[in-house]
Write a protein that binds this ligand. Structure first.
Ligand SMILES: *Cc1c(COP(=O)(O)O)cnc(C)c1O
Length: 434
């Protein structure tokens, strides 16, 4: 068992000054119970907390750290950048360099605008889609997350997919009334929405691989039909690749599935661990963004030279040969090990994985959308999480999140994780409900 006295003390102090003691809710461990670890150092695949405990990290800052913590090349360049000045509020060459790298990696992106978070990227892409089409309604999927802007904090209303309701107090129903919600992977529901609302639908926004209800891959044909439906109806297709961009392939999920959206949202990896977001796509659409067009969107720290530098260096490393094959190799090793360990212990899990993103769902049934993901036994997950944590493995503190393998994870890390999972599953067997 880890000693947590300093984390406990720091969490107490934090709660005096920060709501819930954190700056983003999932960090507070509410879904699994216990005290969040206060982190002191990250190095490679490892996290070190304030009590001196060491963990193999599969959160990786929720996705950005595909190279692991503090990769030397990124740290060196970022340090130099900050010495030259941390922000100018004026253009730098770095922005063009990163923009060119993004456009070359993702062919559907002809022009790009950098912002400071994924939330801003999705919010701005939707504003642009509405301006371009002259329509107001947006289709999203239940369990899909596109940041916390008002219009996207909507969930399916009871009974009908066509009535969405705000998923947070403080969001007026009037601001989600143009958001239509369908079940992920459910083309019937999407087609129904288009039958009823086509002249009003500006865009579909979708995580091409869902990552915010745990990992849920698209069924064959799902993304293809979203592409053809939007094309036929004059709506835009927006891929939210804030997680999947540069994660599942150098060109993101759109390279993996060979589908070209009109607009793409990026974030996380493209900032190399610093705050960033970006949206980009067809030139005729992007040219509507101010100042070349009339769609207003701005940011004091947008295109920040330190974040640009961390992004450029991270993406440069990702161009090295075989890096995605190696990530796939380690991730599939982990997948096989965990499935075998669960099988040997007689615990029902579904391991859902695309490349280096995965989720261990504690359910016997197939997971294809939010409804089926939500059948997972969250109490069993919480027990598994704490058993893993006590063996030095740091997983996401919620069943409905994505775990990430980085290039810094070694085969030894993977083996240690599989061994720990085996021990954890064995002690869970007695508690498993199905
Ligand atoms: C993380 C995430 C966002 C929001 O990005 P922030 O930088 O946290 O604002 C948007 N979309 C998806 C798919 C994400 O995973």
């Amino acid at each position: 068992m880890n000693r947590l006295s300093r984390s406990e003390q720091l969490f107490q102090q934090a709660q005096r000054y920060l709501p819930g003691g954190v700056d983003s809710p999932v960090r507070a461990f509410k879904a699994v119970g216990g005290t969040p670890l206060f982190i002191k150092v990250g190095q490679g695949s490892r996290l070190y907390d304030e009590d001196g405990n060491e963990f193999i990290d599969y959160v990786c800052s929720w996705g950005p750290l595909i190279l692991g913590h503090s990769p030397p090349r990124v740290v060196r360049a970022t340090r130099k950048a900050v010495e030259r000045g941390s922000s100018f509020g004026a253009p730098t060459e770095l922005e063009t360099t990163l923009a060119r790298m993004v456009c070359e990696a993702v062919p559907s992106i002809e022009m790009v605008r950098f912002v400071s978070s994924g939330t801003e990227a999705a919010m701005s892409a939707i504003r642009l889609a509405r301006a371009f089409t002259g329509r107001n309604k947006v289709v999203k999927f239940a369990g899909g997350y596109h940041g916390h802007s008002d219009g996207l904090l909507a969930k399916a209303g009871s009974g009908m997919a066509t009535l969405s309701i705000p998923s947070s107090p403080g969001v007026p129903a009037s601001l989600t009334s143009d958001t239509l919600v369908a079940a992920y992977n459910n083309l019937e529901e999407v087609e129904k929405l288009f039958t009823s609302f086509t002249p009003e639908i500006a865009a579909i926004i979708v995580e091409p691989i869902a990552g915010n209800m745990g990992v849920v891959p698209p069924r064959p044909g799902f993304l293809e039909r979203l592409r053809s439906l939007t094309r036929e109806s004059g709506a835009l297709l927006i891929f939210d690749e804030v997680i999947t961009g540069f994660r599942v392939a150098y060109g993101g999920a759109q390279e993996l599935y060979n589908i070209s959206p009109d607009l793409t949202c990026l974030g996380k990896i493209i900032g190399g661990g610093l705050p960033i977001g970006a949206y980009g796509g067809r030139k005729d659409i992007m040219e509507m963004v101010a100042p070349s067009g009339k769609v207003y969107q701005a940011g004091t720290l947008a295109g920040n030279p330190v974040a640009m530098t961390a992004g450029i260096e991270t993406i440069s490393v990702l161009r090295e040969p075989r890096i995605y094959e190696k990530l796939e190799g380690k991730s599939s090793l982990l997948e096989r090990g965990i499935i075998e360990a669960a099988g040997a212990a007689g615990v029902n899990i579904q391991l859902s994985r695309v490349g280096s993103m995965f989720t261990i769902f504690f359910t016997g049934g197939a997971v294809r959308d939010y409804g089926t993901a939500a059948r997972a036994d969250t109490e069993l997950y919480a027990k598994f999480f704490h058993r893993m944590l006590s063996q030095g493995i740091y997983l996401p503190p919620s069943q409905f999140e994505t775990s990430f393998v980085s290039s810094a994870h070694t085969d030894g890390d993977i083996q240690a994780t599989v061994d720990a999972a085996g021990k954890s599953f064995t002690t869970l067997r007695a508690l498993s409900r199905d």
